[in-house]
Ligand binder design. Sequence first.
Ligand code: FAD
Length: 387
Amino acid sequence: MDARKISLVRTTFKAVAAADDGPERLVRSFYAILFSHYPGTREFFPATMNVQRDRLLRALGHVVENFDDSELILPFLAQLGRDHRKYGVADEHYIAVGNALVTALEDFAGGEMWTEEVDLAWREAIALIVSVMMEAAHLEAGPRTWTGRVVEHKQVLRDVAVVRLQLDQPLRYGAGQYVGVSVPGRPRMWRYLSPSIPANDQGQIEFHVRRVSGGWVSPAMVGQTALGDEWLISSPLGALGVDRSTGRDQLMIGSGTGIAPLRAQVMEMAMRGNNPRVHLFVGGTYPCDLYDLETLWQIARTNPWLTVIPVSQEDTDPWWHIDPTPITPPGMHQRLTGKLGEVVAEFGAWADRDIQIVGSPALVQTVKYRLQAKGTPLANIRHDPLA
Ligand SMILES: Cc1cc2nc3c(=O)[nH]c(=O)nc-3n(C[C@H](O)[C@H](O)[C@H](O)COP(=O)(O)OP(=O)(O)OC[C@H]3O[C@@H](n4cnc5c(N)ncnc54)[C@H](O)[C@@H]3O)c2cc1C
């Protein structure tokens, strides 16, 4: 797309964003048009559309903002296309979505702004988005979804459960990647989870799930999962993992259930003979939040390349915590107290490391900011998408 068309697309989108309730009105109108003109598409979406509307807006905003950066936007769209396989969408649904979006934008912009040139620019932009997504989806081999039967559900903290599942067939993913998950009782409300063990031929998979208060799906995953439940899992996404081509040592920073994809990586590394040095910071609010220290310590004991450093924001457990607190095993790095980002940055800039940060969006941003302030090159830092 040429610069003029990109600019026209951006101008219309900015006008939407600037209008009172503009983005919300646009997505509501988009879904209303989609469902009335193409009723068959309704079945792909959950009963409640709030999260869906947010996601569409964020994705569209991201694409429009970065349209001229093909290195960023093409992989993003390709991943979106691969991810959409889990819904069972076919080519005609992409076309329906594209048409509904143009109609919604035209209705919103009105006659004066929606000139023939703007119309053409948007149609070209949407055709490009749709073709990249469809092509990526077509290229992906393997099943659309896997079925996992819950074989163990262990509540490790008041708000965290470890869930183990037996898949109907092995799922190949890189340690550090994440997958889409849909649970019974919350149909079509897909959420991303990061497997906490490496892929294996036996089709076993494990997730660490935190209940987000007020959330639609995670409370059901943590509180209402029963043995024998069947979860749907979609194909792996994301690019976290140890990049051995850099030859650099690794700094891994995980908070809460954010340790899951890092744990999978060190477990996989433990199966190899030769590994870079890894410093793994494990964070939580209270000492009792560091629920998986024992496992990580077992790996570190037999793998001298791994150093595990526990960090809690508070020095003591809350009054309501009644279970015995995991004590730092003898020989392990002493638990440090403070905010995770500050504690990690106190050690220096870690400028010679490949760095991965995993946790809530706020945690990732804060740690990244702290490291950057210390002089860490941003290019060395990786994390999953924040939403
Ligand atoms: C790449 C990726 C990997 C993930 N891996 C895991 C994992 O391994 N384990 C895990 O437990 N979760 C993981 N998540 C988060 C998970 O996908 C859900 O977002 C989370 O469980 C909330 O879903 P929900 O339906 O309960 O909340 P929603 O109904 O989606 O959201 C309810 C409210 O909570 C807010 N919210 C959502 N997530 C968080 C959060 N983490 N912290 C604070 N507020 C939040 C939302 O902004 C919203 O306002 C991952 C997310 C991503 C993007």
